[in-house]
Design a binder for this molecule. Structure first.
Ligand code: COI
Length: 362
């Protein structure tokens, strides 16, 4: 048996569906015609890479991932540049994170170059699905699941890696309008020693009830505090958080409970290249709210692959609603959004070498 992507088998659909006209209207609900799959078996390693017509998976009800969530995923985007070329944004960084997430979940990692090749190969085949309008993209969802059929708890001996693709538009219903966030002391997203820095389904499942409570209270998203003191801000919804206080841009440091966002890293590198003072340091919720009240907090935003850069217009804390920048997106938030997306759509030079063109394999 050949290992890795050598010997990739490609079976094209006999019935291409054509891209529906409203394909990007509802984030992540429309899928392209093909799927990439590869299996792992103990003793054999990762083997039999295939691109197949998209079809439902068939899993026995006793498949361990359905019971114990031994699974990881990632999310990245491809863009159709203004020159018509399709490019992926930082695919190596996402492949590296998928490997780190897999290691934390006791999943045998896949060589990063194979993961990147799976991205490029599948996007090449479904290239026509990459939307062209600014603000749209192709979202790539690589996922690894445990496939042993066993309800006894142990790390699986077999896994499935699959990659699916969705044409997408804006992530939030608000579009680019600022979101409102509420800090919770009742729920936490991640504790020290837990899964917070892995992109794994359990983290997202753990966030859902708090998210519903936030919506009931009239907010878009939860502002997560640390699990130990419920004092230090960590993330916002599914994004990393940044704030501009006085002349300093601050963001919580990566310390095991925070996902190492690729957009977070991109934003930090851009701002440092612009000569801004950027600090990765703990930020207390009390200090953030106090700065919002005395006007030194001029901007708050979230960074993530799905929404890219998303302004925060209001913070809820202990029953009080505090506005940030009068509820409007700030100048640095807009500058960052514009700079990242200009690189993504090849409207500006790519000084960090973040984009990778998707070659034509056939
Ligand atoms: C992100 O890119 O911000 C995500 O994690 C999105 C995902 C939950 C759809």
């Amino acid at each position: 048996m050949k290992e890795g992507l050598e010997g990739l088998r490609v079976e094209l659909t006999a019935a291409p569906r054509g891209v529906p006209p409203d394909a990007t209207a509802n984030f992540g609900t429309v899928f392209t015609d093909h799927i990439f799959q590869m299996r792992y078996d103990a003793g054999q390693g990762w083997h039999d890479p295939e691109i197949l017509p998209l079809a439902d998976l068939s899993l026995a009800p006793g498949t361990s991932v359905l019971h114990y969530a031994q699974a990881v995923f990632d999310g990245l985007k491809g863009f159709r540049g203004r020159d018509g070329v399709v490019r992926l944004f930082r695919p190596e960084a996402h492949a590296q994170r998928l490997r780190r997430s897999a290691e934390r979940l006791a999943i045998p990692p896949i060589a990063e170059e194979w993961v990147v090749e799976s991205f490029l190969r599948l996007v090449d085949i479904d290239r026509e699905w990459v939307p062209a309008e600014r603000g749209t993209a192709l979202y790539l969802r690589p996922t690894i699941i445990a496939t042993d059929i066993a309800v006894g708890l142990h790390p699986s001996h077999s896994f499935l890696y699959f990659l699916i693709l969705c044409p997408v538009g804006a992530y939030y219903a608000e579009g680019a309008a600022p979101v409102s966030i509420v800090a919770t002391e009742e729920f936490v997203r991640a504790a020290p020693g837990g899964l917070g820095d892995a992109k794994t389904p359990a983290n997202y499942a753990a966030s859902l009830l708090a998210g519903e409570r936030a919506k009931e209270a009239g907010y878009t998203q939860v502002l997560w505090l640390d699990a130990v003191e419920r004092r230090w801000i960590e993330e916002v919804g599914t994004m990393n958080i940044m704030a501009r206080i006085g002349e300093e841009v601050v963001t919580p440091p990566l310390g095991g409970t925070i996902l190492a966002g690729v957009t977070r890293d991109s934003a930090l590198r851009l701002m440092r290249s612009w000569g801004l003072k950027v600090s990765e340091r703990p930020i207390a919720i009390d200090a953030l709210v106090a700065a919002a009240k005395d006007g030194t907090l001029s901007e708050v935003w979230g960074t993530g692959t799905a929404a890219v850069v998303s302004a925060v217009g209001e913070i809820g804390w202990r029953g009080e609603r505090v506005r940030v920048n009068d509820g409007k997106a700030g100048a640095l938030t807009r500058r960052l959004y514009d700079a990242v997306t200009a690189i993504q759509y090849a409207e500006a030079p790519d000084p960090f070498g973040w984009t990778v063109s998707v070659p034509a394999y056939n």
